[in-house]
Design a protein around this ligand. Structure first.
Ligand code: SF4
Length: 337
């Protein structure tokens, strides 16, 4: 699919650990993935599976030190984890932007919206104040804020939730980044506004040819926007697939559980079949079960699942599953049985 094109972002063996009063928590445990220019990659899983920590680790934005981040995060060949603080600051906002779930915590309440957009333009593109302001107003128009000239001069508290998230999108896109990390960008909004914001993001993404890593627990959003999906569970990647294949033929029991627990437009439920919840809870990161981390909740668990972590089985390019069932299947296939 994308074999000959070098990835824009390559995450290699990423580990993120936090020291807590009760011990060391490994929130992200040795994950690898790539993002290609212009694509939308979905990163899905329940709360606490390590999706947001992954995005914050990529941009080194974790706020609760001491956190140890190990591995490599190559952006166009440069390792973001090895950059000095000036260099990583230059990458943030100009080449990679992040959109957070709750815009009110990311917007500065005492700065006018226009100034918050213009600041990035001034710093990263070295424009004059009047030029940056004009560009900020243009960005507000692009994200469909009505009366952008007067709105640019207002403070965030005058904006509705949807308008604040549109402003965050304007801030994220104002310098034309090559990659956006969008962490549950619509979760805090009501359903109609969610759809409008997602449509807007996808339209602008196409127009500006930006790649997006879309972090969400909402498989409906993934079905409509992503081309490829990575499923995470308890800090690890358990499955990767092109979006259609994931919905048509989910291989990991956790993915199967996720798909069985949500109604997805376009996917027909078998008649009389009710949506199922995955029993149990995501494990406490201080007490991760041995073997496969999903084993206490897995309806297909076997004895080996409780003692040995499953290997990652590669089925095709961008198609991999970490499950003993696949490993057993691969073994049978290679022995010709
Ligand atoms: Fe279930 Fe075992 Fe596969 Fe884990 S490795 S998902 S417990 S079958």
């Amino acid at each position: 699919m994308m074999a000959d094109i070098p990835p824009l972002l390559s995450v290699e063996n990423l580990h993120t650990r936090f020291d807590t009063m009760d011990g060391v928590v490994t929130a992200v445990d040795g994950i690898d993935f790539e993002v290609y220019a212009g694509e939308t990659l979905g990163l899905v899983g329940e709360s606490g599976c390590g999706k947001s920590v992954t995005a914050l680790s990529i941009l080194r934005l974790l706020r609760c030190p001491p956190a140890a981040i190990e591995g490599r995060v190559l952006f166009e060949g440069r390792d973001l984890l090895q950059m000095d603080s000036d260099a990583i600051r230059a990458v943030r906002g100009s080449e990679i932007s992040m959109i957070f779930q709750e815009p009110m915590t990311s917007l500065n309440p005492v700065l006018r919206i226009g100034e918050q957009i213009a600041e990035g333009i001034r710093v990263h593109q070295r424009r004059t104040r009047p030029e940056s302001w004009r560009r900020a107003v243009e960005m507000l128009r692009k994200v469909q804020i009505p009366s952008p000239d007067s709105r640019a001069a207002q403070y965030p508290h005058k904006f509705s939730g949807g308008m604040r998230q549109r402003s965050m999108i304007a801030i994220a896109l104002c310098c034309g980044p090559k990659l956006i990390l969008a962490d549950e960008p619509t979760t805090a909004l009501d359903v109609t506004i969610q759809a409008q914001i997602m449509n807007l993001m996808m339209r602008l993404k196409e127009e500006l040819q930006t790649a997006i890593v879309l972090i969400t627990h909402d498989l409906g959003v993934i079905a409509e926007t992503a081309s490829r999906v990575i499923v995470m569970y308890a800090g690890k990647i358990v499955e990767e697939a092109p979006v259609r294949e994931l919905f048509k033929d989910p291989r990991h029991p956790y993915t199967q559980g996720l798909l069985g627990s949500v109604p997805v437009i376009g996917r027909r439920q078998r008649s009389g079949r009710r949506l199922q919840e995955i029993p149990g809870m995501v494990p406490n990161p201080l007490q991760v079960p041995p073997g496969c981390r999903f084993n206490p909740r897995c309806p297909k668990a076997m004895p080996v699942c409780c003692s040995k972590p499953p290997p990652m089985i590669r089925l095709a390019e961008h198609r991999r599953v970490s499950c003993w069932l696949e490993a057993e299947g691969a073994k049978r296939e290679s022995s010709g049985r």
